[in-house]
Design a protein around this ligand. Structure first.
Ligand code: DAH
Length: 343
């Protein structure tokens, strides 16, 4: 058989073998058997030199075309095998349930805070913010709270270690974790002229031992309203509106005389509704409030002869506990998903 006649059958065999290679290793072996240094096709090309001159062009052309076809078949089979290797070994079961990704939720305290903020926004209050690491001036002195007040006792408050140094006390103030959000009243009034209409939700800290109704950290909302001719009536109307928004239309509030050093007169706010009755109580204490003390206005540079105002502060946990029927404040801080999932 002449060389020319051998080319086509050899090519067909090579293509068939490449196509049949069951895996990449076998494919590489087949490639070597045909195109390697001692491969069958390589041998054919070597024979080209022995042909008579007039047969060379036609044979060369055929051999080249065959080589291209073989290389193409090799590349095709290689990508087929690679694709097959990338496929899952097991057949896919489309009836299996999909991967479930649980949706996160807002913490119940965040939900209650947002509701309270929404109620105050309806009355035109803006949200203000202040630092949790506070100094004695903003937390106590500017709020007319004297140095011997029990709230300032190291038994009641977390003080930060004071760096030693000769700096004047204004540059090196005694720092503490704020015991109430009232400190933000001072910061806001010092930063803007009246009128003021703000609420301040935030975290506060006290040296309480944790039990069902106490936790060393908890959340408060402070309110401050300063304008001309503000009265206790405005205060009571505002508090009543917000509590009815939060706890239902039949909610009632009452003011009891009390003492806070930054308000005069001062009151404690009690409220009642069906929930409170269910707890077997007539009233529940919920907040402190009063008319801003003239001394506080002087401390922030507002003229107490011109400006009047009220302030209040209440605990958010209390409201959340009532709303959801939770009997232990510590549950809010344990981050147990079984508890949090319910809200
Ligand atoms: N700061 C008080 C507390 O933590 C609550 C409070 C009482 C805030 C009277 C006020 C206020 O703004 O006027 O118990």
């Amino acid at each position: 058989m002449s060389l020319l006649n051998e080319i086509e059958p050899l090519k067909q065999t090579a293509l068939a073998e490449l196509k049949a290679a069951p895996d990449p290793a076998a494919l590489e072996q087949t490639k070597g058997a045909w195109l390697g240094a001692n491969g069958k096709f390589t041998a054919l090309m070597k024979q080209l030199g022995t042909l008579p001159k007039e047969e060379k062009p036609a044979a060369g052309k055929l051999i080249n075309a065959a080589k291209i076809a073989i290389e193409a078949a090799l590349a095709d089979r290689r990508s087929e095998l690679e694709l097959a290797a990338a496929q899952p070994k097991e057949p896919t079961d489309f009836t299996l349930p999909g991967r479930h990704r649980a949706l996160g939720k807002l913490h119940p305290l965040t939900q209650v805070t947002e509701d309270i903020v929404r109620a105050f926004r309806k009355l035109g209050f803006a949200v203000a913010d202040g630092p949790e690491i506070e100094d004695e001036y903003h937390c106590f002195d500017a709020l007319n709270t004297p140095a011997d007040h029990p709230a300032r006792d190291t038994q009641d408050t977390f003080y930060l270690a004071k760096p030693d140094g000769p700096q004047p006390s204004t540059l090196n103030p005694q720092l503490l974790l704020r015991t109430h959000t009232s400190s933000v009243q001072i910061r806001v009034m010092k930063s803007q002229p009246p009128p003021v209409r703000i609420i301040v939700p935030g975290r506060v800290y006290r040296r309480d031992n944790a039990d069902a109704t106490h936790n060393p950290t908890f959340q408060q909302i402070e309110g401050l309203y300063v304008d001309k001719g503000v009265t206790v009536g405005d205060l009571k109307g505002t508090v009543e509106f917000v509590f009815r928004e939060l706890l239902g239309d039949e909610t009632k509030i009452r003011f009891r005389p009390h003492y806070f050093s930054y308000t005069e007169p001062s009151f404690e706010i009690d409220f009642t509704n069906a929930l409170v009755k269910k707890l077997g109580k007539d009233w529940l204490e919920i907040a402190g409030c009063g008319m801003v003390h003239p001394k506080v206005f002087e401390n922030v540079g507002y003229d107490p002869e011109v400006w009047t105002g009220w302030a209040f502060g209440f605990g958010i946990e209390r409201i959340a506990m009532l709303r959801y029927g939770i009997n232990d404040i510590r549950l809010f801080y344990e981050n147990d998903a079984r508890f949090l999932r319910q809200f």
